[in-house]
Design a binder for this molecule. Structure first.
Ligand code: CA
Length: 228
């Protein structure tokens, strides 16, 4: 089935050009000409990818992106930024965009990004779990509800994200560098020590014997591996 793309862009000429370009590649393309319409359609319809311009009437692309993520919408978002300033890109990515493209861009560049992003999203969707059970622990990653022996366990946001990453990559060794990038997004002040502390907390809360963990294993000199 061809991917459905929502193009949120207010410049009619660009809407036409990009729609034609993407349609010629076999994508189904719909468009919205302002921020609020784009947000509503992306929220309520099932798109695989949103091409989101930054400068939009009504609500800019950053706001649209942030609101989508705040509402838990995990559609792929490729921001189209007019400026090449680093701050613009960083803001977009921080707000939850998956990638960005600086205008003006060449059609092949756009197509390559769209294709790469759709491939990535498809892969993520295949591997990411929503609920997971190991030992006597039940986790719902969507609601953040965690239970051990049916008693609720409270995990902080980063603990839950860390657990999710480990579970998504269960059986594989996950390096501290990878965790710094994927879970902490290289936030300033975060070091591999931060990761070790969070792992210790997770073990304390979830393992029967935190000193001798059954699920969250340390791989010496590398990182961690989830077995379960
Ligand atoms: Ca615009």
């Amino acid at each position: 089935m061809s991917a459905r793309i929502l193009l949120v862009e207010d410049e009619p000429g660009l809407v036409l050009t990009l729609s034609d370009l993407l349609a010629a590649e076999g994508y189904t393309v719909e468009s919205a000409g302002d921020g609020p319409t784009g947000l509503a359609r992306a929220m309520n319809e099932d798109f695989d990818l949103v091409l989101l311009d930054v400068m939009l009437p009504g609500k800019n692309g950053f706001e649209v992106c942030r609101e989508l993520r705040q509402h838990g919408k995990d559609v792929a978002i490729l921001m189209l930024t007019a400026k090449s300033q680093l701050t613009d890109r960083v803001v977009g990515l921080k707000l939850g965009a998956d990638d960005y493209l600086v205008k003006p861009f060449e059609p092949p560049e756009l197509l390559a990004r769209v294709e790469a992003l759709l491939r990535r999203v498809k892969k993520d969707r295949r591997t990411r779990v929503v609920t997971y059970q190991f030992g006597n622990v039940d986790v719902d990653f969507e609601t953040g509800e965690v239970k051990k022996d049916t008693a609720p366990v409270s995990l902080a946001g980063k603990e839950l994200e860390l657990l999710r990453y480990l579970v998504d990559h269960r059986g594989n060794v996950v390096s501290r560098d990878e965790l710094l990038e994927a879970v902490w997004e290289y936030q300033p002040g975060v070091s591999s020590r931060t990761i070790d502390v969070h792992v210790a907390w997770l073990r304390q809360k979830l393992e029967d014997n935190p000193q001798n963990p059954r699920f969250i294993h340390t791989v010496r000199g590398v990182g961690y591996r989830f077995a379960g």
